[in-house]
Design a protein around this ligand. Structure first.
Ligand code: FAS
Ligand code: PHB
Length: 394
């Protein structure tokens, strides 16, 4: 027996994008239902982003979930780029007047779940066969099965926040959807280790042996990455091999502060740049990884999802509160303009900081020349800084 549920906005995907959208809409008295194919523990357990733009912090404050973030987050006024051991600090504060906050996506997701539960949000976890239908009608539906029972959510709007491998983007007809993609010829191997960070700020390093990133989650927990082969598995990377490569790529100066130890999380992420257009089809709106992917080099994935959600929450709130559909009608055009600028920055920094198998000696010299130019030009450093702290919402 199918159970039908009626709500205003049905959100597919309960990652940071879907959770924040639900939280922001709830603040405007707009009811939502959240559907996810995983359970809460799995969603919270995913180790992903680590750096929040000021705009993301602002959104979490507006959503009323920034208290722990302010208590435990680490404010960073700069970060470093290193090239074969030479280091250059991008002084975010001096160049832009802004900072970033180091606070893991896991914590953001945990804070959002806690608040949604406090407000008795209706969730469906472990949902199967999720299908958004009738998207061109004024009463779209989302069909799914949960605990063996079929459900239909009848709603005004559907928000596709279900990530790169979700179903929402697939619901846009092939003759409407346009996709753009660049797959990088390497991945990132990431570890977590309970040791103090090698440096108090992030260091992105390009070395002849490959890219490395020294990041952190707290003053006692570090998050480190090395560029790895696109076909590598975690079994190819013992801790010993990781530490040897990581220290070599960071360079002797930066590696001086490195404290090695046993990793307790190790995973590999593929790198791609991807955009799907349009981000609206009828009453379906895409937000976050459902519509775009950036290589993590620019620390933009989570922040871009948050920016989409802020614009989508505004569009939906204006519809319900002021019967004004201007932001609904312009959502896709507005959000994509910013998405492409962030894609550009993430692609540019990835090209600068990684060793590409197909690069000739000339391209390697161009990378070094770009780094040397950054070191010598405040204007060049400012362009990196203003993208890293986050572009204006529109
Ligand atoms: P998410 O992918 O977080 O959430 C989508 C949700 O939809 C998931 O909970 C999923 O279970 C659910 N879903 C999927 N299909 C569904 C279906 N059919 N029905 C119902 N639910 C469905 N960003 C950074 O800034 N820095 C990083 O270092 C970084 N590392 C990353 C590493 C990996 C392995 C990955 C995959 C991403 C990484 N990202 C990183 C990007 C990441 O942080 C995303 O940008 C962020 O999670 C986007 O949030 P959402 O759009 O909510 O999508
Ligand atoms: C992280 O801490 O996970 C992190 C930080 C910056 C990035 C990517 C990942 O660019």
């Amino acid at each position: 027996m199918t159970k039908t549920i009626r709500t205003s906005v049905c959100i597919i995907g309960s990652g940071p994008g879907g959770l924040l959208l639900s939280q922001l809409l709830a603040g405007q008295g707009i009811e939502t239902v959240l559907i996810d194919r995983q359970d809460e523990a799995h969603i919270e357990g995913r180790i992903r982003a680590g750096v929040l733009e000021q705009g993301t912090v602002d959104a979490l404050e507006e959503a009323g979930v920034a208290e722990r973030l302010h208590r435990e987050g680490l404010q960073h006024d700069g970060f470093e780029l290193a090239f074969d051991g030479d280091r250059h600090r991008i002084d975010l504060q001096a160049l832009t007047g802004c900072s970033v906050t180091v606070y893991g996506q896991t914590e953001v997701t945990r804070d959002l779940f806690a608040s949604r539960h406090q407000q008795a949000q209706q969730f469906f976890f472990n949902a199967q066969d999720v299908r958004p239908v009738s998207l061109k009608s004024d009463r779209p539906e989302v069909h799914f099965v949960c605990d063996g029972r079929p459900y239909i959510v009848s709603c005004d709007f559907v928000a596709g926040c279900d990530g790169f491998h979700g179903v929402s983007r697939q619901a846009i007809p092939q003759d409407v959807l346009r996709t753009f993609e660049r797959v990088y010829p390497f991945g990132w191997l990431g570890i977590l280790v309970d040791r103090p960070p090698a440096s108090h700020e992030l260091i992105y390093a390009n070395h002849a042996r490959g890219f490395a990133l020294a990041s952190m989650r707290s003053e006692t927990r570090s998050r480190y990455y090395v560029q790895c082969g696109v076909g590598d598995t975690v079994d190819d990377w013992s801790d010993e091999r990781f530490w040897e490569e990581f220290a070599a790529r960071l360079g002797p100066d930066a590696a001086r502060g490195l404290q090695t130890g046993p990793s307790f999380e190790k995973s590999i992420a593929p790198l791609r740049s991807f955009v799907a257009e349009p981000m609206r089809y009828g009453r379906l709106f895409l937000a976050g990884d459902a519509a775009h992917i950036v290589p993590p080099t620019g620390a933009k994935g989570l922040n871009l999802a948050v920016a989409d959600v802020r614009l989508l929450a505004r569009a939906l709130s204006e519809h319900y509160t002021n019967h004004n559909d201007h932001y609904i009608e312009t959502y896709s055009e507005t959000v994509l303009r910013r998405v492409w600028k962030v894609e550009r920055f993430s692609w540019q920094l990835s090209n600068l900081m990684h060793q590409f198998p197909e690069n000739t000696a000339f391209e390697k010299r161009m990378q070094r020349a770009e780094f040397d130019y950054l070191c010598s030009s405040e204007a060049a450093s400012r362009t990196i800084a203003e993208n890293y702290v986050g572009l204006p919402l529109e």
